[in-house]
Design a protein around this ligand. Structure first.
Ligand code: TRP
Length: 436
């Protein structure tokens, strides 16, 4: 069995904060140290161009994020760590994928739809201020993922749709040109803590409530001092419920330490003392990394060299793979006598695909041989029940739908006739494979 590949992209659009550390950097670095996996980490700087037109900010953010990941223990010898814009095969693949993906799929992408809805609500032209980059964002992301045939892409829920689209592109391409791409899966990080920020809302650049991961020690102390609390006086019992300070502490402290602070809250610890405790604990974890960070930030040439070396590793995979894909689509040496692709398309079959969603339920869908969605199930409690529904469809064909009205629906735009034809093709293929 081939080694499992994980791929993570980080858009360089700002300065890493404690929320990024707890939610992404720390768990990802830990995961990269597991054996039996190959990890790809990259700075998605082409993505950054979609929303940032300040060149200095992109450069600075790339430096800061790279220095942060390295300071937090990412080992560039062990993983493939690179900058997206150093891999020219990625934009090339983006074009290939654009040519197999329906435009309608992109119309439905969350980020684009949100922009359109906002414009519509404001009475503006639907596409006002929307650049084509935003529209194409999912295709570029698909290319990031498919370029390295990643199996798992750890992402937040907001990115799941993008992974679905990457699968869609992979399917359509494979269908037309033969089996080239692995189907990526979203690895949804559900138990990852989201950290509250200074004002108690989720720590996020857009709320301007962040604590920079590697703020100098004095600034860190000052910022922690500014985390919102209620106005309970020293000696008054305090509630851990809804306490941003407590939640931030919890993300750094052991279970025993957390219990001790919970007790101290009950005993009426003064906010000032609680803040000192939280600062000390966080600083204890960050101080050694902060030193490494500062050394790296002051030596951009070192990070540049790490990126160059990473690009060589990444392109050792991307360049030959892209050559294979170019050949597959027909961008070929004129002397080549290969005539494969068309026959392959003819023998393709509809497929049932089972998957699990972030809600923990089990789903399936039926795709036509051309990669169009025909049936979409709702959530099933177990893979077994989902499997039984599929089995019923396989044996009884579309007639089984009558019994499954509540859980399986014909996809929007799909024709019943197309469904019948697909089920028929599946049954015939089964008969043929039994006979042979
Ligand atoms: N879209 C991701 C984000 O905003 C960044 C990203 C770009 C990415 N390409 C990717 C993540 C490929 C995973 C895989 O966070």
């Amino acid at each position: 069995m081939s080694i499992e590949r994980f791929l993570t992209g980080i858009t360089p659009s700002g300065t890493p904060h404690l929320g990024n550390y707890v939610g992404s950097i720390r768990p990802s670095v830990a995961a990269s140290l597991r054996s039996g996996v190959q990890s790809f980490y990259f700075l998605a700087d082409y993505h950054a161009l979609i929303k940032i037109d300040d060149p200095a900010r992109i450069q600075r953010s790339t430096l800061e994020i790279a220095a942060s990941w390295l300071a937090c223990g990412l080992d560039p010898e062990r993983v493939v760590f690179y900058r997206q814009s150093d891999i020219p095969e990625i934009p090339e693949l983006t074009w290939f994928l654009s040519c197999v993906l329906g435009k309608g799929v992109l119309n439905r992408a969350h980020a684009y739809k949100a922009a359109v809805d906002k414009n519509t609500a404001a009475g503006l032209d639907t596409d006002a201020d929307v650049n084509v980059g935003l529209f194409m964002y999912p295709v570029l992301m698909g290319a990031d993922i498919l370029m390295f045939n990643a199996h798992h892409v750890p992402v937040g829920r907001d990115q799941v749709q993008h992974i679905e689209m990457a699968r869609d592109m992979a399917n359509s391409f494979n269908h037309r040109y033969g089996q080239h791409f692995t189907m990526p899966e979203a690895a949804i990080e559900d138990n990852v803590a989201t950290l509250p920020g200074l004002d108690g809302r989720k720590m996020s650049k857009s709320y301007d409530n962040t604590i920079p991961l590697f703020a100098p020690r004095a600034q860190l102390q000052k910022l922690i001092g500014g985390i919102v609390t209620d106005s309970k006086a020293p000696g008054e019992a305090k509630s851990v419920e809804g306490s941003a300070l407590f939640q931030i502490y919890q993300a750094f402290a052991s279970a025993q330490e957390t219990d001790a602070l919970r007790q101290a809250y009950a005993n009426g610890i003064a906010w000032k003392d609680a803040k000192q405790l939280v600062f000390d604990r966080i600083d204890q974890e960050l101080a050694p990394m902060r030193a490494a960070y500062e050394a790296l930030i002051n030596n951009p040439g070192k990070i540049e060299a790490i990126f160059q070396a990473g690009a060589i590793k990444a392109r050792a995979i991307a360049t030959p793979f892209m050559a294979e894909l170019r050949h597959a689509v027909g961008l070929r040496d004129l002397r080549s006598k290969d005539t494969v692709s068309i026959k392959m398309a003819k023998s393709a079959l509809p497929v049932f695909k089972q998957y699990r969603e972030s809600d923990g339920q089990f789903y399936f869908k039926l795709q036509s041989a051309e990669g169009r969605l025909l049936l979409q199930s709702g959530g099933f409690a177990s893979p077994k029940v989902a499997g039984q529904a599929i089995a019923a469809l396989q044996t009884q064909g579309a007639d089984a739908l009558a019994d499954l009205v509540d859980s399986v629906k014909l996809a929007e735009g799909a024709q019943t006739a197309e469904l019948h034809a697909a089920m028929q093709a599946l049954r015939e293929a089964k008969v043929a494979s039994k006979a042979s």
